[in-house]
Design a protein around this ligand. Structure first.
Ligand code: ME8
Length: 541
């Protein structure tokens, strides 16, 4: 049997089920969806995992406060909030892992037992400040001084809440032993932590030396039991990080799952927010090194969506639900806005004014109107049937060159995980096609002698035919390029261009030939259809 192609494997963090998703969570998931759809559009084999992190004190306390068991709470949140939001965002994940699933818990226990047998885990005691919001023991230097109601207390810098002193008899993972190997990893594989600012932070953190990691808890029981001592449960982060490997078949005895692991692991990209960079770039590779497993290729930490200069969060009551925006603008506009306006890797913010301006300016006027104008003119002059173009002039060649460059630039940007640059590159073709129509003015060409026949219909081979076919070809390229970013509008465009009959499904169009003009045959049925992005005042009228 030929060896199956290694999948491009990308993950999001698994989100805590203590609360419902806000647009910060949606941001990571949409970025992951755009990247994986892009790789699929390259016709690669792709695996996209997301899911939920259900153990630990944070979830336990929320469940207790709501008077239900943590399992009931997790089930409720997953079914009413976390899974539905994927639909709302138009996300096409291949799998959804929950850390309370048997497939995860069994593999986690096997992994732990293996590390214990190898002498990587020992028993000891620990006392230190703990942030339940982060589910992390903090170093004293990490904390900030409280003011006002919190005067005299030490606070977590991320959550702004007081830390708690915890003291426990625990099991420890010998993480300190991996500091040198981790430094060597960052040096030999600069692509392992991205962007560069994240890499620098991790390198300087590890260079200060690592402590061993407390990996069990005995003061509550909401977690995966430690296999050799069931009075302890596993520390939630050790449990959670393993999801990336357990979901694709780590330590499974099932032949199909084993085959999946071989085809999928290691992950190509773990996409995370910068709040959880150290867990992914320090603890996770150390765990894998201890187990002798291959390391993921890249951990990419994006920035935060900020509100009033601080990380948006539900606990600070600054979270905006994705549906608040999507109900007005739709999922495509949501995806477009966040991918285009925030440099991927840096912080950003959301404003209704900016969103409305970009929706009307870029999506409705820039792109949607381009499609409807072109289709309307093909309707008016050619009865909705694509004509045969004449010889190209410089204007047509120049537009084709913009398309070629847009694809090349977008491809390169995606490989650098610079999603915002990829969207901008695609948009150069939208702008250039609008410019092309403004320059060639097909509505004026239609008044030139010889462009229309006696019955008033456009003639094949004329300038009018050439400009409309060229604009249609640019739109066909755009449908392919925008399919990963704004999939609903791309599908609607593919339909109005009548492209499926001659060319097949949109998803099956390879990216590398997206910019080649002249593929839609004469006679293809082009229809005006509904606006791809109706202007906002039209929607409410
Ligand atoms: O940390 N801006 O889960 P979590 C941008 N369960 N992204 C944001 C954001 C914001 N304001 N707020 C949240 C956990 N995110 C752990 C992860 S993984 C093995 C375990 C996104 O529910 C961002 O991706 O707190 C961040 O890293 C993640 O949600 C944290 O989600």
């Amino acid at each position: 049997m030929p060896e199956a192609e290694k999948s491009f494997y990308l993950t999001t963090p698994i989100y805590y089920v203590n609360d419902a998703p806000h647009i910060g969570h949606a941001y990571t998931t949409v970025a992951a969806d755009v990247l994986t759809r892009w790789h699929r559009q390259r016709q690669e084999s792709v695996w996209f995992l997301t899911g939920t992190d259900e153990h630990g004190q944070k979830v336990l306390r929320t469940a207790e406060a709501n008077g239900v068991t943590p399992q009931d709470w997790a089930d409720r949140l997953v079914e009413t909030a976390w899974k539905p939001v994927l639909k709302t965002l138009d996300v096409r994940n291949d799998d959804f892992i929950r850390t309370t699933q048997e497939r995860h818990e069994t593999s986690v226990q096997a992994f732990l037992q293996d590390l214990y047998d190898k002498g990587e885990i020992y028993e000891g005691s620990y006392e230190g400040p703990y942030c339940v919001g982060c589910e992390e023991y903090k170093l004293p230097g990490d904390l900030v001084d409280g003011t006002g109601d919190h005067e005299g207390l030490k606070l977590c810098p991320i959550h702004g809440t007081p830390v708690e002193m915890l003291s426990e008899q625990n099991y420890f993972f010998k993480m300190s032993a991996y500091a040198d190997r981790l430094i060597a990893l960052y040096e030999e594989h600069p692509e392992f932590v991205q962007p560069a600012s994240a890499r620098n932070e991790v390198v300087s953190f590890v260079k200060q030396g690592l402590q061993d990691l407390s990996i069990s808890r005995s003061t509550f029981d909401w977690g995966v039991p430690i296999p050799w001592n069931s009075s302890h449960v596993l520390y939630v982060w050790f449990d959670a990080l393993l999801n990336y490997a357990t979901a694709v078949g780590l330590d499974s005895s099932d032949p199909e799952r084993k085959e999946q692991f071989a085809r999928t692991w290691p992950a190509d990209v773990h996409l995370v927010g910068k709040d959880i960079l150290r867990f992914h770039a320090v603890i996770w590779p150390a765990m894998l090194m201890a187990a002798g497993l291959p390391l993921p290729k890249t951990v990419f930490a994006h920035g935060w969506l900020l509100v009033g200069g601080e990380k948006m969060s539900k606990s600070k009551l600054t979270g905006i639900a994705p549906s608040d925006i999507i109900d007005t603008f739709g999922s495509d506009a949501f995806r477009y806005y966040f991918m285009r306006t925030i440099a991927f890797g840096g912080d950003g913010s959301f404003s209704w004014e900016d969103m409305s301006a970009r929706y009307n300016g870029e999506l409705a006027n820039g792109f949607g109107n381009l499609a409807s104008r072109t289709a309307a003119m093909i309707g008016k002059y050619f009865g909705g049937s694509l004509p045969t173009p004449g010889e190209p002039t410089e204007a047509e060649t120049a537009l084709a060159q913009v398309a070629t460059k847009a694809v090349a630039d977008a491809e390169a940007a995606i490989d650098r995980l610079a999603i915002h640059e990829a969207v901008s590159a695609v948009w150069t073709l939208v702008d250039a096609t609008n410019g092309y129509l403004a320059d060639t003015q097909p509505w004026k060409l239609a008044k030139e002698p010889g462009e229309l026949d006696e019955a008033g219909a456009g003639v094949d081979g004329g300038r009018l035919a050439t400009t409309l076919v060229t604009a249609t070809e640019a739109l066909r390229s755009l449908a392919v390029l925008l399919n990963p970013i704004t999939p609903k509008a791309a599908a609607a465009l593919w339909e109005l261009l009548g492209a499926e009959a001659p060319l097949g499904a949109l998803d099956a169009q390879p990216l590398d030939s997206a910019a080649t003009f002249g593929v839609l045959p004469a006679g293809t049925t082009v229809t005006k259809g509904a606006s791809l992005f109706p202007r906002l005042e039209e929607q409410t009228a």
